[in-house]
Design a protein around this ligand. Structure first.
Ligand code: IDP
Length: 160
C-alpha cells in the first residue's frame, strides 16, 4: 500500500526534519530525536546520509538566487545529515516552533536553535516550512520503502 494512502492531514500529517552536518558533528542527534519523541510525534523514517550537491540544490531550489546559496550547499554537503520523517497532528507547524527561527539569534531559549546554536549558517537543523514543502522534501530524500507504517501503542495517550 502507498504510504500516504491514509492522507496528509490530521494525525497523518508528515514533516521532513534533518539534523544538519554541524548538528551531527556536535552530537545533537540524540537530543533532537528525544525532543520529537517526547513531544508525541511518530518516527516513520530515519537515515544517516551524505547528501549530494544535486540533491541539496533540488532541496533548496527556491533559494537558488540568494547570495548565500553556494555556501549553503557547501555547508549542507560538508558531512552526513540525519534525515527523518515525523508524523502527527499539525507536525509541520509545531516542528517549526520547536526548531525556532532561521536565525538562531532570533530564536527563543527552549527552542532547538535558541538553545544550541549561534549563526544562521550553522543552525543545526532543518524542518519543512509547509505541508507542500514537506511532501516535496520527503519524496526527494526518501524512497517509499524507507517509510514505515507501524502502530504506536502510546497513541491513545497522545490523542483523545
Ligand atoms: P529555514 O531553514 O528556517 O526554513 P530558509 O530561509 O529556508 O530558512 O533558509 C534555508 C537555510 O539557509 C537556513 O536554515 C540557513 O542555514 C541558511 N540561510 C538562510 N538565510 C541565510 C543567510 O542570510 N545567511 C546565511 N545562511 C542563510
Amino acid at each position: 500500500a502507498h504510504f500516504f494512502q491514509s492522507g496528509w492531514t490530521g494525525v497523518n500529517e508528515c514533516t521532513f526534519i534533518a539534523v544538519k552536518p554541524d548538528g551531527v558533528q556536535r552530537k545533537m542527534v540524540g537530543e533532537i530525536v528525544r525532543r520529537f519523541e517526547k513531544k508525541g510525534f511518530k518516527l516513520v523514517g530515519l537515515k544517516l546520509v551524505q547528501a549530494s550537491e544535486d540533491l541539496l540544490r533540488d532541496h533548496y531550489w527556491s533559494l537558488r538566487s540568494k547570495p548565500f546559496f553556494s555556501k549553503l550547499i557547501t555547508y549542507m554537503s560538508s558531512g552526513p545529515v540525519v534525515a527523518m520523517v515525523w508524523r502527527g497532528l499539525d507536525v509541520v507547524k509545531t516542528a517549526r516552533k520547536m526548531l525556532g527561527e532561521t536565525n538562531p539569534a532570533d530564536s527563543l531559549p527552549g527552542t532547538i536553535r535558541g538553545n544550541y546554536c549561534v549563526e544562521m549558517g550553522r543552525n543545526v537543523i532543518h524542518g519543512s516550512d509547509s505541508v507542500e514543502s514537506a511532501q516535496k522534501e520527503i519524496s526527494l530524500w526518501f524512497h517509499q520503502s524507507e517509510l514505515n507504517r507501524w502502530e504506536d501503542c502510546g497513541s491513545q495517550w497522545i490523542y483523545n
